[in-house]
Write a protein that binds this ligand. Structure first.
Ligand SMILES: [Zn+2]
Length: 395
């Protein structure tokens, strides 16, 4: 087991076989780690090997967080065995979700969860928080033929007491439920039935969303590779890796934090954050191998000359350029994102308001520490080079 890749490391490298081996070798140990069991089951289902996940469903069914997925997979197995939907709903054990039969029944009546969707193009915006992804997401959404879902993770999660929790599928709307950025709870696309159907069968996650939004080119802004590999373990997308310079990245995060920290505590937060920045972007530069390649976007440079950079970005992403996307950015039927970025666009009467980032507002000792970290400055230089070259690093 020496040098054996963890599932996450294997999956970002497009090596699902190694991930499956890792799980298989630990089959007995993982009983106490439901999140691993869930990710393993999701991987098997995504690879079209649902029957192998059956023993895992038994262990997951009683857990609130996973019961919806398990109920959906069991319903599909019944349907594939020839049962009608009514029979499947009657005979499938729904675990702790038996009380939610009305919601499950409504979702499965409207959506055929056993049908695989058509494959569409998917451009996944990747990066750390506050990297500029919300703005990019809005701009790309404005291009012909493109639709964005934003942070798709909110389709099945809610934000309650400062943390994300499984959405209550029996309640259509309410506190913590993230609603469509364009039309709010009245959205005719991201309906409770659609969200529940997607939860019941989350395989082909992004393709199901693309089909729902009636687009052949979907943009997402889930950003975080840990989430993305669960949604699409086969990485069937092109990655748009958005980054700011280390100092601007820290300045953006710092501006969202309470600034009453003592200097020592603030310095410590900075070093912790830079460790995350380094790990995340090292993965994206290095092992990460999405099927349709990677495009790097330097947000600092983008903000200096948005028009020229947006034009070259659309070429790198093989999208049809339309200058009005820069003039009239607007959220589509998308979820989540940076509220401040939405406000800036709204306050500017839906005109793009990208200004050069200027000097990062961080203390001198923070700037000096970042400058002294050779691995961080080299990683940044590598990404700048990749951005300038607009290279698609195909597998
Ligand atoms: Zn909407």
């Amino acid at each position: 087991m020496v040098n054996e890749l963890r599932p996450f490391d294997a999956l970002i490298a497009s090596d699902s076989a190694s991930a499956l081996r890792w799980y298989e070798r630990r089959r007995d140990d993982l009983r106490a780690a439901p999140i691993h069991l869930h990710d393993w089951a999701r991987l098997l289902c995504s690879l079209g090997r649902r029957s192998e996940a059956e023993p895992l469903f038994d262990q997951l069914a009683s857990l609130d967080e996973y019961a919806m997925f398990v109920a959906g997979q069991r319903l599909i197995a019944s349907l594939e065995a020839g049962a009608s939907l009514e029979q499947a709903l009657r005979q499938t054990p729904l675990g702790s979700h038996s009380g939610c039969l009305p919601a499950i029944s409504a979702a499965t009546t409207e959506f055929d969860i056993s049908r695989r969707p058509l494959e569409s193009r998917h451009i996944a915006i990747c990066g750390v928080s506050f990297c500029g992804s919300t703005l990019l997401d809005m701009l790309l959404e404005g291009l012909p033929g493109v639709a964005s879902i934003g942070e798709s993770v909110w389709l099945t999660l809610s934000f309650v007491d400062g943390r994300s929790v499984p959405r209550n599928h029996a309640v259509a709307h309410g506190p913590g439920v993230q609603e469509c950025n364009c039309c709010g709870p009245r959205c005719e696309f991201l309906t409770p039935n659609f969200r529940n159907a997607l939860w019941l069968n989350p395989t082909d996650w992004y393709f199901r969303i693309a089909e729902r939004l009636d687009t052949r080119i979907l943009v997402s802004a889930d950003k975080n590779l840990e989430k993305i590999v669960v949604f699409d373990p086969q990485l069937r997308f092109q990655a748009l890796v958005v980054f700011k310079s280390p100092k601007h990245a820290w300045a953006s995060v710092r501006s969202k934090m309470k600034n009453d920290l003592a200097p020592e505590a603030s310095f410590e937060e900075m070093t912790k954050y830079m460790a995350v920045w380094k790990r995340v972007y090292s993965e994206m530069v290095g092992a990460f191998k999405p099927r349709d390649g990677k495009v790097f976007l330097d947000f600092d440079r983008f903000a200096e000359a948005p028009e020229a950079n947006f034009r070259s970005l659309t070429a790198a992403l093989d999208l049809e350029y339309d200058p009005t996307a820069l003039v009239r950015p607007s959220p589509g039927h998308s979820l989540g994102g940076n509220g401040a970025a939405f406000r800036r666009v709204r306050d500017a009467d839906y005109r793009v308001d990208v200004r050069p980032l200027g000097e990062p507002a961080i203390p001198d000792d923070h700037a000096a520490w970042i400058d002294s970290q050779v691995d961080i400055t080299e990683l940044h230089a590598t990404m700048r080079r990749l951005s300038e070259e607009r290279e698609a690093l195909l597998i």
